[in-house]
Design a protein around this ligand. Structure first.
Ligand code: ATP
Length: 512
């Protein structure tokens, strides 16, 4: 399998240099786990969210969206189990005081999986293998549990009663609003509620650039089904032949390698237990691939028994081969009716819905919760798009046209001929009504093309001396450097078709 082309640090440097992502408040030394998105990063991030929302909310009839608040009644987090159990194992260095995540120390040193390890397991492994502080080499203290939720105070008085949390996931807001959304949107099972928004986790050791941050965004769906109709997935035929790399819990136990197989094989062999789970795994994988990611860089991996969260009946992660190994890109859990029942118990509110068929009240089950971090998706698209073109001697960022931060570059061939510059400005003004565009007249045209390639501009439009006479311009394709001549009056139509995937060579007159 082809290895990623860059290390994560090189990607971070590229993102900074080109205006995608900056370390937050760097002028004050920064703050670990927080990043700012620059003028290109914000466009890419918005495009990712827009495409996700379009695919999973707007183009479907069974899913609606919400936008919940970040701070919520703290009882929400008691009911969900986060106050009690949203913890990681913290280990301090006895000498330098540096703090580490116990499981990560073990993973880094011993290269073994730590999923599901208790605090005692971590303590034992650290002792058994005499793991020392990675910073100063001194002895480590006893591991402790540390809650990852950020706390704050609501109102002017800082007392315990006013304490609240910044949400560590978007999911719980969906459960808390479940009844209102279901009734007002007149949702009938099966249905989903989706949300995109910020989440905050006080990660003990944020690292690997955007992979593990303290403030990030999630795109989540809670997909609800009738408890007695969990096997009735009406969309399963759409994905039966869809192939992906699979690593089940059983295969991990037997130390087998992942295997490529179609969804129907996963279901026939009962590797994936429910059709809905299989449907969502394939749909999420396909979303990435349709937006230009390389299917070979993905696999689905089932959680082994000890790894499962307290609420999950079964969990599969969609994993991506990052430069630092196969890691979770998205988690897809079967959460059953755990959350709705918890909130019913804690809030004393009836969150069941009336089943017209059986005339009984039922509590829907979340058969699958696809939960995707926006920034991890951002990394995947950047890694898979990044290419160094030896012939051109520059980077070409081959992002899918739907994701490109800037779709079109408009370049007057020369900067010293007023009529050419004016015509180029006119064209730029028109194109920017429909697409994100940039106008660049500095440096040679070759230099401008190179700059455009590096930030993934999908098409460049060049206006030259002849344009003044024949009312035509040249369009250059980023991925092939192919150039065609097109009448200005046809320009928008040609660009629309080109963005839709049509071959540029067929849309205009070829330029040698
Ligand atoms: P991990 O095991 O990597 O800590 P997790 O299992 O805690 O992840 P979930 O609670 O399942 O993660 O969160 C769902 C998704 O949110 C993840 O798949 C990931 O895409 C994203 N995510 C979670 N934590 C972070 C983080 N600290 N920084 C960036 N994205 C995150």
């Amino acid at each position: 399998m082809e290895k990623p082309k860059l290390t994560i640090d090189e990607m971070a440097a590229f993102c900074k240099r080109k205006g995608f992502v900056y370390p937050n408040s760097e002028i004050y030394g920064g703050i670990a786990g927080f990043y700012d998105f620059g003028h290109l990063g914000v466009e890419l991030k918005n495009n990712i969210k827009k495409e996700w929302w379009k695919t999973f909310v707007q183009q479907r009839e069974d899913i609606v969206g919400i936008d919940g608040s970040i701070i919520t009644n703290p009882m929400v987090w008691k009911a969900s189990g986060h106050v009690e159990g949203f913890t990681d194992v913290l280990v301090d260095c006895k000498k330098c005081g540096s703090r580490f995540r116990g499981d990560q120390l073990i993973e880094d040193k011993l290269k073994i999986a730590t999923a599901g390890m208790s605090t005692d397991d971590v303590a034992q492994e650290l002792k058994r293998h005499k793991v020392k502080c990675p910073k100063c080499g001194s002895e480590l203290g006893e591991p402790n549990r540390f809650n990852l939720m950020f706390t704050t105070n609501v109102g002017p008085v800082q007392i315990t009663a006013s304490a609240a949390y910044l949400r560590p996931e978007t999911a719980q807001i969906i459960f808390a609003d479940f009844k209102l959304v279901q009734e007002n949107a007149r949702l009938k099972l099966p249905f989903g509620i989706a949300q995109i928004g910020k989440a905050f986790r006080n990660e003990i050791s944020p690292r690997d650039f955007l992979f593990r941050m303290r403030e990030f965004e999630q795109m989540e769906i809670e997909y609800f089904v009738h408890p007695e109709k969990q096997e009735e997935c009406k969309f399963i035929d759409d994905v039966m032949d869809y192939e992906l790399n699979v690593l089940s819990a059983e295969m991990q136990k037997e130390k087998k390698n992942m295997q490529k197989m179609p969804i129907k094989e996963c279901l026939n062999k009962k590797i994936i237990k429910t059709k809905w789970h299989a449907y969502w795994l394939a749909s999420m994988h396909k979303w990435f691939v349709d937006l230009g990611a390389d299917a070979e860089h993905f696999r689905i991996r089932q959680h082994v028994k000890d790894e499962l969260s307290h609420y999950a009946l079964d969990t599969w992660d969609l994993e991506y081969e990052f430069p630092f190994g196969w890691k979770e890109l998205q988690g897809l859990s079967n959460r059953t009716d755990f959350d709705l029942k918890q909130h019913m118990g804690y809030s004393k509110t009836d969150l069941s819905i009336f089943d017209e068929e059986t005339k009984k009240k039922i509590i829907p089950h979340v058969i699958c919760e696809p939960s995707q971090g926006v920034e991890r998706a951002f990394l995947v698209f950047m890694f898979d798009a990044y290419e160094y073109d030896k012939k051109r001697e520059n980077v070409v960022l081959k992002l899918h046209p739907k994701l490109c931060p800037i779709k079109i570059g408009v370049f007057p061939l020369v900067s010293n001929k007023k009529e050419i510059v004016e015509l180029a400005k006119k064209i730029h003004n028109e194109l920017k009504q429909e697409w994100t565009c940039t106008f660049d007249l500095s440096g040679s045209i070759g230099r401008r093309y190179a700059r455009a390639d590096e930030i993934g501009i999908y098409a460049c439009v060049t206006i030259d001396h002849e344009s003044l006479e024949d009312e035509s311009i040249t369009i250059r394709a980023r991925d092939t450097t192919e150039q065609v001549r097109v009448k200005i009056k046809d320009l928008k139509e040609v660009l629309r078709k080109f963005m839709d995937g049509e071959n540029l060579g067929k849309l205009g007159e070829n330029v040698e």
